[in-house]
Structures are given as C-alpha cells and as structure tokens.
Design a binder for this molecule. Structure first.
Ligand code: DX5
Ligand code: ZN
Length: 214
C-alpha cells in the first residue's frame, strides 16, 4: 500500500518540522484534513495553513475536504498547493460539476464516503476520479477505532473498479494501523491514511515500511 500520514494531530506551530517528519518517515504523500465545523463537528484549518506548509514540503498534498460546500473554495485550495482535492459525496454541492471544477484546476480528484454511505453511491463517478476514500471512522477526529464493517464496502468498490478496468485508488482513513491496514489491503484498498499511528509511533519509518509492504 501507499501511506499518507494525516497531520491532523501534529503541532501546527512546528509545521516545517512536521513536514520533515513526514518526509523522513518514508511516506508516499501527506494527508491534509480540512474541517469546516459544519460538515463535521470540528474545525481544523484551511487554505492559509496549507499554503504556509507548502514551501516546507515537496511531497504530494492529498487534501481531504470535510466541508458542506467545498466547491466555492476549490480555487483557494488549488492556489495554496493542493495536488489532489477530495470531496465528500454527502456535501451540498453537485458532485459531477464539482469534480469537473477540480479537473479544470489541473488537480487530481477524489470522492469520499462516510460510513453510512453505500459503495454503490460512488459508482456513477468512478470514471471521473483518481481515488475513492472509504472512511473507516465517522469523520471529525483522529484517534478513533477502525470500523471493521467497512471491509465489504471496500471489496465492493474494488470489484466494480476492476470490472470496469479503471486505475482508481481506494484510500482508507480512520483507525488505520498495520493490522487494520492489512485487512483493508486484502479487501482491495491501495492507500492508507494514518494519523495517530504514525505520529505516535516509536519507529515511524518501520511502521510506514510495514504498511508499504502489504
Ligand atoms: C478523521 C480524519 C482522519 C484522521 C485519521 O476525520 O479524516 O484523516 O486524522 O486519524 P487516525 O489515523 O488517528 O484515525
Ligand atoms: Zn482524512
């Protein structure tokens, strides 16, 4: 699997060092969790913080937009240095048009499913995205427990993506450690987001390498 450490629980006063920590861990990309306080009951950061981190990292910025109305903010996130913009299927904006806007900005596009949203809800958009994120916790906070009942959803998405011959990644986010990552890899996931596991690891490089070997 590829590994995308979530910096949600990092120390933002030490942004440059945290970017270096992610780089040194050997991870493949950086996961940035944007929370608007409406779509989820938490507020994290927006384009200004992403823009201030950008000069301190040459890694791919994987931006997870937990926002009720992401569409109007897409140009700001693109300008701040996002490489991939990921919207929730449960947001208020029209999905087709919002994905087209992301493409028009020259960015990779993705959709996310909350735990209650079935795999089939993503099927109409599989040709328009680079990645589908299956949330394995309720979005809003780091450090929660992995929901094992999301595994059949991952498998259903993998089956449909492969049936259509598409090169769409499946990302998993929430409660991922080496054990839960293995379960998701077996179900067909290809990118593991890890927040607390990486940032609290005694040996972050060993953890990242173990997940990359799955
Ligand atoms: C939750 C976020 C996650 C979170 C993951 O809403 O989308 O990216 O930071 O944190 P852990 O890995 O600690 O569950
Ligand atoms: Zn996330």
């Amino acid at each position: 699997m590829k590994v995308s450490p979530s910096i949600l629980t990092c120390d933002f006063a030490r942004g440059a060092e945290e970017m270096q920590f992610v780089k040194d861990s050997g991870a493949d990309m950086v996961h940035l969790d944007v929370m608007d306080g409406v779509f989820v009951p938490n507020i994290s950061f927006g384009p200004a913080v992403i823009g201030s981190l950008r000069p301190h990292s040459d890694m791919f910025f994987d931006v997870h937009l937990m926002m009720q109305q992401p569409r109007r903010m897409l140009p700001a996130f693109a300008k701040a240095g996002a490489d991939l913009l990921n919207i929730h299927l449960e947001c208020d904006d029209p999905i087709d048009e919002t994905l087209a806007d992301i493409r028009a900005l020259g960015k990779k596009a993705a959709i996310t499913l909350k735990p209650a949203t079935p795999a089939e809800a993503a099927f109409p958009y599989l040709e328009q995205v680079d990645m589908v994120l299956v949330m394995t916790v309720e979005p809003g906070f780091g450090g929660q427990s992995f929901m094992e009942d999301m595994l059949p959803k991952i498998a259903a998405l993998r089956q449909e993506i492969d049936r259509r011959g598409l090169a769409v990644d499946i990302q998993v986010d929430g409660g991922i450690n080496v054990d839960t990552a293995r379960l998701t890899a077996e179900a067909g996931a290809t990118i593991a987001v890890m927040g607390s596991a990486v940032f609290n690891a005694a040996e972050p490089q060993a953890l990242v390498a173990a997940v990359q070997a799955l």
